[in-house]
Write a protein that binds this ligand. Structure first.
Ligand SMILES: Nc1ncnc2c1ncn2[C@@H]1O[C@H](COP(=O)(O)OP(=O)(O)O)[C@@H](O)[C@H]1O
Ligand SMILES: O=P(O)(O)OC[C@H]1O[C@](O)(COP(=O)(O)O)[C@@H](O)[C@@H]1O
Length: 319
């Protein structure tokens, strides 16, 4: 069986260990591993190559993806998806392993409906916004990058008695902001999923200032697009000099954490263990187990944040 792997959408740390495990597992199972370079764009352009051990030697600790990724405008047009399918056929590819986020799974859904090419999907995005799934490859490393950055900002915030507004990635999903705010002990956490109350926060902050609070850390999700407004709010309403730090793409980099490396190996092993009997599934991580789910169930469901984590952060949202 010839199996090809591709990485699609935003790259995330842990994709490289997954690619390495894929090649190793293919050899163990007598499958022939192939790489599709440059994600969906590369599938359209026929960038498909047989992979070997040599290609994956020494990559386990590297962030990003050695086979590169892309966002593809052409994929939305059927004529390009047909070219992609013909490229797979010409290279005698029997099945696909795709590492990506919700967008990549929607792309796969359209492709499977049209061409029925067997596949396994593995959630990989720093946003952790895949429904029916609790962990995506890359989110743990991203959270650790944020943790370190926010700890560093705390040093300067406390030295200068300032309010820092720190913007995290995640598109419309507030997972990174929510989890980081709790893990870093921030005073504020604003995310798109929850209606916050600045009046309540102001009342609390003014009381705390009377009791000696001398700086603030506010974590704001990029999806709200209000970081600079919150900076002005701190200056006008709270009377604190304020700065904005947009963490940006550093959140996508870094050496994969131990958790990424271990879970990645299990994701890939589960995918390859099942690819012959269940060739149209997403491997999810749920309740500490690796669970196969129908792609349709994933694309037709909505991601929801964990209630316990939300409860921990309510005070930081003024509710
Ligand atoms: N509804 C869709 N139909 C077809 N292709 C899609 C659809 N949504 C996303 N894609 C394709 O999947 C690619 C990856 O999705 P994107 O949202 O950029 O990243 P991620 O997979 O990390 O969420 C897009 O660039 C696009 O080519
Ligand atoms: O790298 P780009 O194209 O600027 O995209 C930035 C976006 O990609 C992400 O880092 C990851 O998103 P996806 O994994 O869904 O592609 C988002 O958090 C962010 O909004």
């Amino acid at each position: 069986m010839n199996i090809a792997i591709l990485t699609s959408g935003g790259d995330s740390s842990g994709m490289n260990p997954a690619i390495k495990k894929f090649v190793e597992c293919c050899y163990e199972k007598n499958y022939t591993p192939y790489f599709i370079y440059d994600g969906l764009e590369g599938m359209i352009d026929g960038k498909i190559k047989k992979a070997s051990y040599k290609d994956v030697a020494g990559i386990i600790y590297r962030g990003g993806t050695i086979i590169r990724s892309s966002r593809s405008k052409r994929w939305y047009e059927k004529k390009y998806r047909k070219i992609a399918y013909e490229n797979l056929k010409n290279n005698k590819i029997d099945a696909l392993i795709i590492l990506g986020g919700d967008g990549s799974f929607r792309a796969l859904d359209v492709f499977y409906d049209e061409f029925k090419i067997p596949f396994m999907g593995i959630p990989a995005t720093i946003d952790n916004d895949i429904p029916l799934n609790e962990y995506t490859i890359g989110v743990d490393t991203a959270l650790n990058v944020i943790r370190e950055a926010v700890d560093d900002i705390r040093d300067t915030a406390s030295s200068f008695s300032r309010a820092f507004v720190i913007e995290t990635m995640g598109r419309e999903c507030g997972y990174l902001a929510l989890t980081s705010a709790v893990a870093n002990g921030a005073e504020m956490c604003l995310i798109p999923e929850v209606k916050y109350n600045l009046d309540n926060l102001k009342k609390r902050y003014l009381d705390e200032i009377k009791n000696g609070r001398s700086y603030f850390l506010a974590i704001v999700a990029e999806g709200l697009n209000i970081s600079y407004k919150i900076k002005e709010w701190f200056e006008k309403e709270i009377g604190f000099e304020s700065r904005v730090t947009i963490l940006g793409h550093i959140q996508r980099g870094g050496s994969p954490t131990v958790i990424e490396r271990l879970r990645t190996a299990e994701f890939v092993k589960t995918a390859l263990d099942n690819i012959e009997k269940n060739p149209d599934k997403i491997v999810t991580y749920y309740d500490d187990k690796f669970v196969l789910r129908d792609l349709k169930d994933i694309v037709n469901s909505k991601y929801e944040l964990d209630e316990n984590m939300l409860a921990l952060a309510k005070k930081l949202m003024g509710i």
